[in-house]
Design a protein around this ligand. Sequence first.
Ligand SMILES: Nc1ncnc2c1ncn2[C@@H]1O[C@H](COP(=O)(O)OP(=O)(O)OP(=O)(O)O)[C@@H](O)[C@H]1O
Length: 405
Amino acid sequence: MQYSEIMVRYGELSTKGKNRQSFIGRLNGNVAKALHEFPGLTIRPKRDRLHIELNGEDADAVMARLSQVFGIQSFSPSLAVEKDMTKVHEQVLALMNETVPEGSSYKVNTRRSDHEFELDTNAMNLDVGDFLSDARPDLVVKMKDPDFILRVEVRREAIFLSTTTIKGAGGLPVGTAGKAMLMLSGGIDSPVAGYYALKRGVEIEMVHFFSPPYTSDNALAKAKELTAKLAPYVGGIKFIQVPFTEVQEEVKAKVPEGYLMTVQRRMMLRLTEAIAQQRDGLAIFNGESVGQVASQTLESMAAINDVTTMPIIRPVATMDKNEIIAVAEDIDTYDLSIMPFEDCCTIFAPPAPKTRPKTDRARYYETKIDVDGLMARALEGIKITEIKASDQFMNQATDLIAELL
Ligand SMILES: Nc1ncnc2c1ncn2[C@@H]1O[C@H](COP(=O)(O)OP(=O)(O)OP(=O)(O)O)[C@@H](O)[C@H]1O
């Protein structure tokens, strides 16, 4: 079927009162970015719907991209028909023949924004229903839970028909909730945390700590590739790599083993906060989950959290590991996350980190290291790149084999 447009229904933003205009504007921009590979499209944002005119572009390919844009409740590929009932009948039949199998149940659901049109909502429902009972006698009309709903929208410019409604990604348009930093490791949890941040409309920038030569190029490439997996939700994501070798060496040399991890994490958090302040970030997201590992007991979180008053949001904090994994699989980050490239934290992980570290002890051990100097040098060494959906950073199969040999 050669559809003429994709009709997009807004998500939660319709409840946002006077912010509505700016939400619609942001969604329009995000949709345009997500669909930049389709130059033929015309996107028309309206008060209660966004209309994407296809002008010959492939509806399925456009819908695949659209399904990743947050702030969309659902969308329907639609057929625009001239406002002439003979033509409407013709197209209704063509659409039903193509999309609704024999013997299905259905109902007609009309919406009318053009109140000048000769048929009102009820009359349109009846007219199309009558027409179909002659043209497709195999179909059964069913008001409650039909297999198909034939949507008829009477608008000023044309009448739009659709039988298919596809669930959108939900959430809020990215960018409507401000900007934050996501602490991205190469693990399973932080990309999932990033997905949830984006879903609530937060624009994220990735902060990744790496420690050459203790961590390999592959570990860095993996974090970038994970970023590319989340990029389709926004178009592009900034990747901020922070050299962490000197911090880790100094901490390892001066801090007792039981507090290595706590102090390293405190340094990471301080650096992330400093980067957020430089870049107008309002909060920090991470992938911590309560009780999952030694660094994620509540005592440990408190001892680490002590270095900042910036909000730290932990979207996966209360999820079980298998729930996090299910989301990671859905967003296609899981296979990458489980590739065995070492993270800077695992390399410097003490054999027995304190599971209940004390904040005052951590503070005391930090008097042994040059916190300000280490931070200044790490911040000087940061490198920022913009990562796009189509970017690739590792040839997964060959790199994995090389790493394993
Ligand atoms: N190298 C790193 N760069 C940036 N952030 C990191 C790094 N290592 C850890 N983090 C942050 O700290 C959180 C906790 O890390 P940790 O290694 O304890 O847990 P994890 O369960 O393995 O998490 P993940 O699966 O995200 O790696 C991570 O989710 C991430 O937000």
